[in-house]
Design a protein around this ligand. Structure first.
Ligand SMILES: Cc1cc2nc3c(=O)[nH]c(=O)nc-3n(C[C@H](O)[C@H](O)[C@H](O)COP(=O)(O)O)c2cc1C
Length: 171
C-alpha cells in the first residue's frame, strides 16, 4: 500500500475475526516497528509477543478492564521501554511512540487491524502487564497492541484543520 494512503486510511480497530495471523506477518510488524527513528539511534524498545489464548484473555481481564477486544484478538504485542538502551536519557517514550506508529501502519498495510492501548503512566495497566507477562523491573511497559483481522473496518477520516496551521509566525 502507498504510504500516504496507509496513513490517511488507518483507523483503530477494536473488533476482530477469528482468522489466524501468519507468523511471517507478525514478524513484519515487529520489523517495521524496529525500523522506526530513535534518538541517537538508541532503539530503546523491547517487544513481548503474545499469542496464547489464555494469556490474551488475562490481558483482557486485568490490563484493559474486561475489554472484549483482547478476547477476540489473535495476538497482542506489548512495546516496552528499556531505559538502559536510551540513546539520550529521557527520549525513550518518544522513540517507543515512533515504533508504535510504524507498527500500526504496517498492520494496516497488511490488512490487519490494531489499536493503541495506553499502558505507560497508567499504574493498574503497568502492574497487570508486569504480572501477566513477567517483565523485569528494569523495563517499563509502554503500550499494548491487540492484533487481528478487522471484523469492522472504520471509515477513513479527514482531519486536516487549516486553523491549526500557523504560517511563518503564530497567527
Ligand atoms: C497515546 C495513545 C493512547 C491511546 N490509548 C487508548 C486506549 O487505552 N484504549 C483505546 O481503546 N484506544 C486508545 N487509543 C486510540 C485512540 O482512541 C484513537 O487513536 C483515536 O480515537 C483516533 O482514532 P483512530 O485511531 O481510529 O484514528 C490511544 C491512542 C494513542 C495515540
Amino acid at each position: 500500500m502507498d504510504t500516504i494512503k496507509a496513513i490517511m486510511t488507518r483507523r483503530s480497530v477494536r473488533a476482530f475475526t477469528e482468522q489466524a495471523i501468519a507468523a511471517e506477518d507478525l514478524r513484519t510488524l515487529l520489523a517495521a516497528a524496529m525500523n522506526a527513528p530513535s534518538a541517537a539511534d538508541g532503539r530503546p524498545w523491547q517487544f513481548v509477543v503474545v499469542t496464547d489464548r489464555g494469556r490474551l484473555d488475562r490481558l483482557a481481564e486485568e490490563a484493559d478492564g474486561g475489554n472484549a477486544l483482547f478476547r477476540q484478538a489473535r495476538a497482542a504485542v506489548l512495546i516496552c521501554l528499556d531505559p538502559a538502551r536510551e540513546g539520550f536519557a529521557g527520549f525513550g517514550e518518544q522513540d517507543c511512540a515512533c515504533a508504535a506508529q510504524n507498527f500500526q501502519l504496517a498492520a494496516h498495510a497488511l490488512g490487519l487491524g490494531t489499536v493503541w492501548i495506553a499502558v505507560i503512566n497508567v499504574p493498574p495497566r503497568e502492574a497487570a502487564c508486569r504480572k501477566i507477562l513477567g517483565l523485569p523491573a528494569t523495563v517499563r511497559p509502554f503500550a499494548l497492541f491487540p492484533v487481528g483481522y478487522p471484523a469492522q473496518v472504520p471509515s477513513p477520516e479527514h482531519r486536516y484543520d487549516e486553523a491549526r496551521v500557523h504560517r511563518e509566525v503564530w497567527s
